[in-house]
Design a protein around this ligand. Structure first.
Ligand code: UDP
Length: 477
């Protein structure tokens, strides 16, 4: 079939925080940039919530990769990244054969997140352009691309003496906010991160889910000051802020409850798709919310001792069990002012509701963007991955969040109450609300027809069309 309309094959790695931005990117490519789009969804077992997200994606060609279980290939309690990488690796044979048998024109572009580099050899064999989609900040993207070129001594003194990591043109990464791989430069996590980074820099293009006004220094460093120019040949496209768009408002009791609350009076508390807490910590959150005397919506999961990402692969399991871990009488005492939602809530709709006025968040990047695009100030409570860097950016650089003080132990109820009140009712909260609303306007502009997100996706589309035409010319000559 001869056509110059490009076909992009997107592979979403396991986890809702990876699936959601990939689906949103797919939707934009399909509806605004005339791509054919196929999304391969790699799953472990979070079937219920995954299908809920996918039900809302009309017109996309979604291919569910049969669930993959790699647990027998890993040691007990492996790092999250190791499990995702292995699952992605095992998905490639299925993806490959699906691509070969597609009824659409052969895909000319592969788009993967940073866990998808196992698909690069397949893409090269099939003559596809390779794009890595960092569904996160320019700052984190810059750190990752810079890793293979980082001075070994700097990494060692970061781990040993807690010196900052100096990243050209960007904020330094302070030890307190560092990424887990940098805690031990001889450890497996660091080696895995380095391997991924070395592959990522060989891609044809890098997409970042951010925009200039949110990250002026980092986007400039990545694009203009040549971090990527020097350390990778990839083109860089700032395609953000791509956030979940809701085609049809779901029926949910929590949304009806919000309808009855005053404007900006409710604090939403949620730790993403994977975040879990210890039982003691859950109790302190509950009592802290009560102490704050603010209206709230809180998404609760059964506690998980010592694993902050405990429900990453199992968001749909657990049902109402989480409610058993709340302090005695809590639900009854707070029923006039609060709603507890077990496991999973319609977050995009909650943050977009006029009654929502604050967000206690683990600072996953999707949550950050959803909050900003709805003009909601935050309490930053980072748990894992690059979330501490995100928390630094929100509280120190942008001034749209207050941050939980990291004392290594349990965050006590008094602190929870104080932070919630600072955002919801104190003078400081008004300032944060004003700033986050300015960012909201700038994010909406970036998404408009004259904005940077549209511009960079048009540019990517042109690059793909040129690639298709080049391939077609080769075939016909
Ligand atoms: N999410 C949701 N309901 C929940 C928890 C999470 O809809 O109860 C969505 C949230 O809106 C976001 C994504 O799941 O789009 C989580 O991504 P994020 O990057 O914030 O965190 P992660 O889950 O990857 O740690």
């Amino acid at each position: 079939m001869v056509t110059s309309k490009p076909h992009a094959a997107l592979i979403a790695s396991p986890g809702m925080g990876h699936l959601i931005p990939m689906v949103e990117l797919g939707k934009r490519l399909l509806t605004h940039h005339s791509f054919h789009v196929t999304i391969f969804v790699v799953t472990t077992d979070s079937a219920i919530t995954t299908s809920h997200i996918l039900q809302q994606t009309s017109n996309l060609n979604i291919v569910l990769v049969p669930p993959i279980d790699v647990s027998h290939k890993l040691p007990p309690n492996p790092p999250l990244a190791a499990r995702i990488l292995l699952t992605m690796l095992d998905s490639i044979p299925f993806v490959h054969s699906s691509i070969l048998s597609t009824k659409l024109p052969p895909p000319s572009a592969l788009i993967v997140d940073m866990f998808g580099f196992a698909a690069f050899p397949m893409a090269r064999d099939l003559g596809m352009l390779i794009y890595v989609y960092f569904a996160t900040s320019a700052w984190f993207s810059a750190v990752t691309v810079y890793v293979p070129a980082m001075d070994k001594k700097m990494i060692e003194s970061h781990a040993e003496n807690h010196e900052p990591l100096v990243i050209p043109g960007c904020e330094a990464v302070w030890f307190d906010d560092t990424l887990e791989p940098f805690l031990s430069p001889i450890g497996e996590m660091y080696q895995g991160y380095l391997t991924a980074a070395k592959e990522i820099v060989t891609a044809d293009g890098i997409l970042m889910n951010t925009w200039q006004d949110l990250e002026p220094a980092a986007t400039k460093a990545v694009r203009e000051d040549g971090i990527l120019g020097r350390f990778t040949k990839a083109e860089v496209y700032s395609v953000g802020p791509l956030v979940r768009t809701v085609e049809k408002k779901p029926e949910a009791a929590v949304l009806s409850w919000l309808d009855g609350q005053p404007a900006e009076s409710v604090v939403y508390v949620s730790f993403g798709s994977g975040g879990t807490m210890s039982e003691v910590q859950m109790r302190e959150v509950a009592l802290g919310l009560e102490l704050s005397q603010q209206r709230f919506v809180w998404v609760v999961r059964p506690p998980c001792e010592g694993d902050a990402s405990g429900s990453f692969f199992e968001v749909s399991n657990g049902g109402d069990v989480a409610l058993n871990y709340l302090p005695e009488g809590f639900v009854k005492r707070t029923e006039a002012v609060g709603v507890v939602v077990p496991m999973w809530a319609p977050q995009a709709e909650i943050l977009g509701h006029p009654a929502t006025g604050g967000f206690v968040t683990h600072c996953g990047w999707n949550s950050v963007l959803e909050s900003v695009l709805n003009g909601v100030p935050m309490v930053a409570w980072p748990l894992y991955a690059e979330q501490k860097m995100n928390a630094f950016m929100l509280s120190e650089e942008l001034g749209v969040a207050v941050r939980v003080a990291e004392e290594g132990g349990v965050v006590r109820r008094e602190q929870v109450a104080e932070l919630v009140r600072r955002v919801m009712v104190d003078e400081e909260g008004f300032g944060m609300r004003k700033k986050v609303k300015e960012l909201k306007v700038s994010g909406e502009k970036a998404l408009s027809k004259v904005g940077s997100s549209h511009h960079w996706l048009c540019q990517m589309s042109k690059d793909c069309e040129a690639h298709v035409q080049g391939s077609e010319a080769k075939v016909s000559s």
